[in-house]
Write a protein that binds this ligand. Structure first.
Ligand code: HEC
Ligand code: HEC
Ligand code: HEC
Ligand code: HEC
Ligand code: HEC
Ligand code: HEC
Ligand code: HEC
Length: 602
């Protein structure tokens, strides 16, 4: 149990009603946080979710009622028209109904998504604007989601719903949920039968379970439940087809085994094959490419690039692919420039994030036109990417535009100065701006608000290192290890710190533990191998690198080290073998080709 001295306790700064709850559980909330005194002067018009939370200010609606409720007025006088259910029909006896007029805005789902999504808030709420304008939406990335996009942590509804084919086909929340009672529009499978012919789908030929049984409920197979905090069951709204094959090859869950817990994924796979299901993309599923890239397997790059460029995939998965390419520092798809101009804000934001590992000059060139993007999340992503631009070295007019977007970034962060995550992001931004003391202050505030927030502590330690305050850095890292004894990043940073301090044996031990704990990426194992080599353990260094090359084949740093170490120890044959793979990892690279030639051989 958490007691009241714990920041996660109800009365602590982190779980405070005003900070953490009011904006979704009340209406017209103004948080009014004073960072100097760390106190709130919160106001709201109603303590629960009422009309205005969804429809916006109601004064015009009241006028409309008084004037006799004219049916032709869209949205009943409310500023936001949420009525987007549309008319649906089974055209020519089709098994699935079709929307008769296309849906051309996401107003309804975006207004529900404001509360039913995993996100951070960006300043004041603007009714009717895209969700990305008012919120920083969490993309379906690990660890919040599984690599194929299924929910994992408590992420609510929106981020999974917008992955669904149904969203792409124009289905909105109110097609299934009556928006005022919040009841389903029809009981059990009836809600799906509105658009999926019961004569086709609600049949043992489709679901292979006794009619009316739990195994025959559409939602149980297509919206499996995950339970959080013991009591909160959540249905995955990506409405996907159960894929036991992906469980076998990539370890993600599937609906079948969520019920059949005593059976293996292989069993479920055999059953669906037996039912006649044909699985053609087990190997090429984009979720696998995303998983591989995150594990450091750079050969997955072309597949992730293809997902980013695939106009039939959902914008949220394409944005996730773009963001993953940026994080991995992998090559960008040729479509990147076009995606920066996409009308879909998710794609623009993804494309901006994809540039995070390119040179500052390249980023600056490409992102010019997006400094004034109409959608806040996109502008803030631009501000983060361009934070290091030296304003004194660019034309005054451009510097002025950047100053404005930087100021907006800081102003929005300050409105949410009570959120530890916001302070952490602000710290990173200020660091990139070159304001080290301000960055330190933000990290420390994040840690005051939530001492458990490890990334803030690791960043603070790194900042202290930059400011040459190594002893303070060491003490922050040791505190981090007290909170999370096996944290790979903390162990790694301590290893580097002790290396700098000349404590080689201690350093090597930390680096070894970091390498052992590394589950994603390759950096910690790579650095451990280098450290082993530098302390004379050549053979061990090579075997760590070989193991790493087996786990994450094609990583150029790893291959280059293997070439050098084996060549130095006189094993030219092994060296030639690694050099061949090195050249294959980046066929255009002349340095690699030269190295291969030096080694000679066939
Ligand atoms: C991002 C929006 C959001 C925030 C922030 C939020 N909630 Fe909720 N909460 C919801 C939604 C949406 C539901 C119900 C739907 C669901 O289960 O997804 C819910 C359900 C609940 C329920 C279940 C009872 C019921 O009426 O159904 C409780 C209790 C609750 N929240 C308490 C809290 C507390 C306490 C906080 C602050 C620590 C908080 N919530 C913060 C959105 C939020
Ligand atoms: C949880 C969000 C939510 C809340 C709270 C809510 N509504 Fe609605 N309302 C909707 C949605 C969504 C629609 C469109 C329903 C549809 O698609 O059929 C709607 C439809 C309406 C309509 C029909 C006109 C139109 O815009 O389509 C009126 C009138 C209305 N609501 C009034 C109210 C009033 C009055 C309240 C408070 C008592 C209220 N609503 C509370 C979501 C909400
Ligand atoms: C201002 C925040 C907010 C908005 C906007 C909002 N909701 Fe909710 N919703 C909540 C909260 C909080 C709860 C749970 C507590 C309650 O019932 O008040 C909830 C409950 C629900 C539930 C019931 C969940 C359950 O566990 O039974 C459904 C369904 C739902 N909302 C759908 C919608 C839809 C659809 C929209 C958009 C038309 C919408 N909500 C808009 C905050 C919001
Ligand atoms: C195709 C139908 C369908 C659509 C579209 C849909 N839902 Fe649901 N939703 C369901 C079903 C079915 C359940 C499970 C209800 C139950 O078990 O009582 C559910 C459950 C929920 C719950 C309860 C908590 C949870 O996560 O299980 C919330 C909240 C919710 N939906 C919100 C939304 C919102 C917001 C949208 C639009 C972004 C939406 N739903 C779109 C069918 C749908
Ligand atoms: C308002 C209409 C509507 C409702 C209600 C509806 N669907 Fe759908 N559903 C569609 C449409 C349209 C498609 C997309 C067909 C396409 O483009 O291939 C679809 C596709 C699907 C797919 C295929 C997904 C895929 O990845 O291939 C599944 C599964 C599905 N629906 C399940 C459900 C379930 C379960 C429910 C009830 C909880 C439901 N649907 C309710 C209209 C609806
Ligand atoms: C026991 C699990 C299970 C249940 C229950 C179930 N389905 Fe499915 N559904 C599947 C599987 C497996 C597939 C993939 C079939 C294939 O590719 O051969 C599928 C595919 C689909 C598709 C997409 C393929 C197509 O034919 O268009 C839709 C739509 C769909 N189901 C709707 C429904 C609806 C509606 C219900 C409830 C009446 C339902 N399902 C109940 C397992 C289930
Ligand atoms: C909501 C829970 C649930 C889900 C989801 C579910 N099942 Fe079942 N399944 C059952 C139950 C309960 C039975 C026993 C049926 C009966 O005789 O009433 C069963 C029976 C079976 C059987 C025959 C009996 C056996 O154990 O050999 C097979 C095969 C099977 N399920 C496969 C699947 C596959 C494959 C999926 C996913 C596509 C799936 N099930 C999804 C609950 C579920």
């Amino acid at each position: 149990m958490t007691d009241h001295t714990d920041p996660l306790h109800w009365t602590g700064p982190y779980m405070n009603w005003n900070t953490r709850c009011a904006e979704c559980h009340s209406t017209n909330v103004e948080k009014r946080y004073d960072a100097a005194t760390r106190s709130f002067d919160t106001r709201f018009s109603e303590v629960d979710v009422s009309c205005e939370a969804c429809h916006g200010p109601g004064a015009a609606h009241l006028k409309w009622l008084e004037a006799g409720s004219d049916d032709t007025v869209p949205g009943a006088g409310f500023p936001v028209a949420l009525d987007q259910r549309g008319d649906w029909a089974f055209v020519d006896g089709a098994a699935i109904a079709q929307r008769l007029e296309p849906l051309n805005s996401n107003t309804q789902i975006d207004s529900c998504g404001r509360c039913h999504s995993r996100r951070g808030t960006l300043g004041e709420y603007h009714y009717g604007m895209p969700l990305l304008d008012t919120h920083r939406l969490a993309l379906p990335e690990s660890p919040l989601y599984h690599h194929d996009g299924q929910i994992r942590d408590e992420v609510f509804v929106y981020g999974s719903y917008v992955q669904s084919k149904m969203h792409q086909a124009g289905v909105v929340c109110s097609n299934c949920h009556e928006s005022h009672s919040l009841q389903l529009r029809a009981p059990a499978n009836g809600v799906c039968a509105q658009c999926h012919q019961a004569a086709v789908y609600d049949q043992p030929e489709h679901h292979h379970h006794p009619a009316g049984s739990t195994g025959a409920a559409c939602a149980n197979c297509h919206m499996p439940e995950t339970t959080y905090m013991v009591v909160d069951p959540r249905r995955d709204h990506s409405m996907r087809i159960p894929r036991p094959d992906l469980s076998v090859v990539m370890g993600v869950p599937n609906a079948c085994n969520q019920c059949h817990q005593d059976q293996s994924a292989e069993w479920a796979l055999a059953a669906v094959r037996d039912w006649g299901m044909r699985l053609t993309d087990t190997g090429s599923h984009p979720g696998r490419a995303l998983q591989h890239l995150e594990q450091g397997k750079l050969q997955a790059t072309p597949s992730v690039q293809a997902l980013a460029a695939d106009s039939t995939a959902t914008p949220i998965m394409r944005a996730t692919a773009l963001s993953a390419l940026g994080q991995a520092g992998a090559g960008l798809p040729p479509e990147t420039q076009a995606l920066l101009r996409s009308p879909e804000p998710l794609l623009r934001m993804g494309a901006v994030r994809s540039l995070s590992n390119t040179s500052l000059q390249q980023r600056y060139g490409l992102l010019q036109p997006l400094i004034a993007d109409p959608v806040t999340s996109v502008r803030l992503a631009v501000a983060e990417n361009l934070a290091p631009v030296p304003l004194a070295q660019i034309p005054e007019e451009q510097a002025e535009a950047l100053r404005a977007v930087f100021a907006e970034y800081v102003a929005i962060a300050q409105e949410h100065a009570d959120m530890p995550g916001t302070q952490l992001q602000l710290g990173m931004f200020l660091l990139n701006r070159g304001d080290l003391p301000a960055a330190e202050k933000a990290y420390r505030e994040a840690l005051y608000l939530n001492p458990q927030l490890l990334p803030a502590r690791l960043n603070l330690a790194d900042l202290l290192r930059v400011m040459q305050r190594e002893d303070e850095a060491r003490s922050e890292l040791q505190t981090a290890l007290e909170i999370a004894p096996n944290n790979s990043a903390a162990l790694h940073s301590l290893g580097l710190l002790e290396t700098r301090a000349g404590n080689r044996a201690v350093a090597l031990d930390y680096l070894r533990r970091a390498a052992e704990q590394e589950t994603e990426g390759t950096r910690h194992r790579y650095v451990y191998a280098i450290a082993l080599h530098d302390s004379g353990e050549q053979n061990q260094a090579v075997s760590v690198l070989e193991a790493l090359q087996r786990r994450a084949p094609g990583n150029a740093d790893v291959l280059l080290a293997l070439v050098n170490y084996t060549a130095n120890s006189g094993d030219r044959e092994r060296a030639r073998h690694w050099a061949k793979l090195l050249v294959a990892s980046d066929p255009g690279n002349r340095n690699y080709q030269a190295l291969q030639q030096q080694l000679g051989g066939p």
